[in-house]
Design a protein around this ligand. Structure first.
Ligand code: HEC
Length: 511
C-alpha cells in the first residue's frame, strides 16, 4: 500500500545516482553508443554466437582459476599435494578443478569453431584485417594458457608435455639451449620451472589476453559485425563501407538487446554443458605423483595436443628438426597474413571452394593424427609398472643383483613402454629377448643415453642401479639363442615399433 507512492521517488533516486556517476564517467557518451549501435539483422545468426561463447569461457576460467589459486600451491613439492587436497578434502574442490579443466577444453573448442566460422564467412577481409590478426594472437595466447595450465598439474602428464615442448625449443640452432634455460629456469625441469609457468599462467598470458580481448571487441564494434555473406556480393575497397552502412539503414537492429539474444541463449547452453561435463566427467588428474626421473613416459596430452604428439611419433627422425623449426613459423605466418593476400572479392563460402577444402583437409589431418595419438600401438600402458607383475619365469633362479634389476625395471616404469611376457607397453621393443639383441655395453648406453623414443635415464639412475638393471636384462634371452657379446646387431624390425627404431640404432650415436 505504501509502495506505490514510494516507487517514483525510489526511481528518481536511482536516476539521480545514475546521473551522479554519469556526470563523472560519461557512460552515456562512451559506453552506451557501442552497446545500442545498429548491426545488420543478418549478423544476428546462430553462426555468430561462438565468439561470445569463447569470451564466456574465458570469464569462467578467470572465476574458477582465481578460486583455485586460493588453495593451489605453486611449488614443485607441494603442487601435486594441493591438487589432491582439492580433489579429496576441500568440499567441492574437485568440482572447481573439473570446471576449470572443462572450461579450458570448451574454450579451445569454441574458439576453434569461431575461427573456422570467421574464415569461411570471409569476415577477415577488408576492413576487418586487424580484427583477424588480433584474433590470431588471441588463439596463440589461449593455446599458451592450455599448455601452461597442463603444467600446473605438475604430474606425469605435465612432465611429458613440458619435455616435448622444451625439446622442440632446444632444437633451435644457437639460441636453443638458452631458450630452454629461460623457460625451465635451468637445464632440467625443476623447482623453478613451476614458478615460471605459474607466473605465465596467472599473470603474463591472462594479462595479455585481457588487453587483446578488449582490443578485439573494440575492433568488432568499431568496424561493425560482419554481415551475412551473400554469394556474388563482392568486397571492394571503394564501396564496401557505404554498402555496409546502407545494409544497416535498410535492415538493421540494435546490438543490445536484439543482436545478442542468440548469444545469450547459447551462453546458457554452454554453461549447462560445462557444468554437466564437470559433474559427470570430473577433473583431470593429477595422475601420477610427480617423478622427475620420467620425462616422457606419459604421452597423453589434453586433446588439443594429441595430434602434435602423434605427428612427433610418426615423423621420421631426420625430418623432425627441420619440420619442427619451420612448420609452426610458416603456418602461423600464413594465418596472420591471410587477410593481406586474400583481402577483397567474394566472401561467401559457397563461392570459395578452396576455403572448404582447406578446412576439411586440416581437420581430417588433425583428427587422424589425434586418433593415432589415442590408439597407436606404441602408446605406453600407464599402469603396466604398477598393475602387471613381472612374470615368474623371469625372476626364477636369478641372483640377488639380477633380482634387484628386475625390481628397478618395475619401479622405474620401464614396462610402461616395454613388455615382458607379452604384458606392458608397446612403445619400445619387448624386452623378453633383449640379451640376444644388445650387448651389455649397448644396454648401458641405451639406458644412460636413451635413443629414438626412449628417454635418457643417465641423470636419474645411480651407477649401481644401472649395473643391476643390465644384469637383469642380460638374463633375458630365449634358451638356445646366443647372447650378444660383441658388436651391435640391428634390432629385429618386427619388434621395434618405436619411431625410427632401426634407423637410429647406430653404435655410439647419442640420442
Ligand atoms: C618412453 C618409453 C620408454 C621407457 C619408459 C623406457 N624405454 Fe627402453 N626403449 C624405448 C624405445 C622406443 C626403444 C627403442 C629405441 C630406439 O628406437 O632405438 C627402447 C629400447 C630399449 C632397449 C634396447 C632394446 C632392443 O631390443 O634393442 C633397452 C635395453 C631398453 N630400452 C631398456 C630400458 C630400461 C632399462 C628402461 C627403464 C629404466 C626403459 N628402457 C624405459 C622406450 C622406452
Amino acid at each position: 500500500m505504501a509502495s506505490s507512492p514510494k516507487t517514483p521517488q525510489a526511481k528518481s533516486r536511482l536516476v539521480r545516482i545514475g546521473e551522479w556517476f554519469d556526470l563523472r564517467l560519461s557512460f552515456r557518451e562512451s559506453i552506451l553508443p557501442p552497446i545500442v549501435h545498429e548491426i545488420p539483422r543478418s549478423s544476428g545468426s546462430w553462426w555468430y554466437v561462438f565468439g561470445s561463447a569463447t569470451l564466456l569461457c574465458f570469464v569462467m576460467q578467470i572465476v574458477t582459476g582465481t578460486c583455485l589459486a586460493l588453495v593451489y600451491v605453486p611449488s614443485a613439492d607441494q603442487a601435486w599435494n594441493s591438487l589432491e587436497y582439492l580433489n579429496y578434502q576441500q568440499p567441492l574442490g574437485w568440482f572447481l578443478r573439473a570446471l576449470h579443466f572443462w572450461g579450458s577444453n570448451f574454450m579451445v573448442a569454441l574458439m576453434t569453431i569461431h575461427l573456422v566460422q570467421v574464415f569461411l564467412f570471409g569476415a577477415f577481409k577488408y576492413p576487418r584485417e586487424l580484427t583477424w590478426v588480433v584474433g590470431c594472437v588471441l588463439f596463440l595466447c589461449t593455446i599458451g594458457m592450455a599448455f601452461t595450465g597442463q603444467v600446473m598439474r605438475f604430474d606425469q602428464d605435465a612432465y611429458w608435455g613440458l619435455g616435448i615442448g622444451v625439446s622442440m625449443m632446444g632444437r633451435f640452432p644457437v639460441i636453443g639451449e638458452s631458450l630452454v634455460h629461460l623457460v625451465l629456469g635451468g637445464p632440467i625441469i625443476g623447482a623453478e620451472t613451476l614458478s615460471r609457468f605459474f607466473a605465465l599462467h596467472v599473470f603474463v598470458i591472462p594479462g595479455l589476453l585481457l588487453i587483446l580481448i578488449g582490443l578485439h571487441l573494440w575492433l568488432v564494434i568499431k568496424v561493425g559485425i560482419n554481415e551475412w555473406p551473400m554469394p556474388g556480393r563482392l568486397v571492394t575497397r571503394e564501396r564496401y563501407l557505404d554498402e555496409y552502412h546502407a545494409l544497416i539503414e535498410e535492415d538493421g537492429e540494435p546490438f543490445v538487446p536484439q543482436g545478442v539474444r542468440k548469444d545469450l541463449v547459447f551462453a546458457g547452453l554452454v554453461l549447462i554443458a560445462l557444468f554437466g561435463a564437470a559433474a559427470i566427467f570430473g577433473p583431470a588428474g593429477p595422475n601420477g605423483p610427480p617423478d622427475p626421473t620420467l620425462i616422457d613416459t606419459v604421452p597423453r596430452p589434453d586433446f588439443y595436443f594429441l595430434w602434435l604428439f602423434a605427428a612427433f611419433a610418426l615423423l621420421p627422425p631426420y625430418l623432425e628438426t627441420p619440420l619442427i623449426l619451420t612448420a609452426p613459423v610458416v603456418l602461423i605466418a600464413a594465418a596472420f597474413l591471410l587477410p593481406f593476400y586474400s583481402n577483397l572479392g567474394e566472401k561467401s563460402w559457397k563461392r570459395r571452394p578452396g576455403a572448404w577444402v582447406l578446412v576439411i583437409t586440416v581437420f581430417l589431418m588433425l583428427g587422424t593424427l589425434a586418433y593415432l595419438g589415442l590408439s597407436s600401438p606404441w602408446s605406453p600402458h600407464m599402469d603396466a609398472w604398477s598393475g602387471t607383475p613381472t612374470p615368474v619365469q623371469y625372476v626364477e633362479g636369478r641372483t640377488p643383483l639380477e633380482l634387484q634389476g628386475a625390481i628397478l625395471l618395475q619401479q622405474k616404469q620401464c614396462r610402461n613402454c616395454h613388455s615382458l611376457g607379452g604384458e606392458g607397453g608397446e612403445r619400445g621393443p619387448a624386452l623378453d629377448h633383449v640379451a640376444a639383441v644388445q650387448t651389455r655395453d649397448e644396454m648401458i648406453r641405451q639406458v644412460l643415453q636413451g635413443d629414438g623414443n626412449m628417454p635418457a635415464y643417465g641423470k636419474h639412475l645411480k651407477p649401481q642401479e644401472v649395473t643391476a638393471l643390465v644384469a637383469f636384462l642380460s638374463t633375458l634371452h630365449p634358451s638356445g639363442e646366443p647372447v650378444q657379446r660383441n658388436s651391435a646387431s640391428p634390432a629385429r624390425p618386427e619388434e621395434s615399433v618405436g619411431r625410427g627404431a632401426a634407423a637410429s640404432r647406430q653404435p655410439g650415436a647419442p640420442s
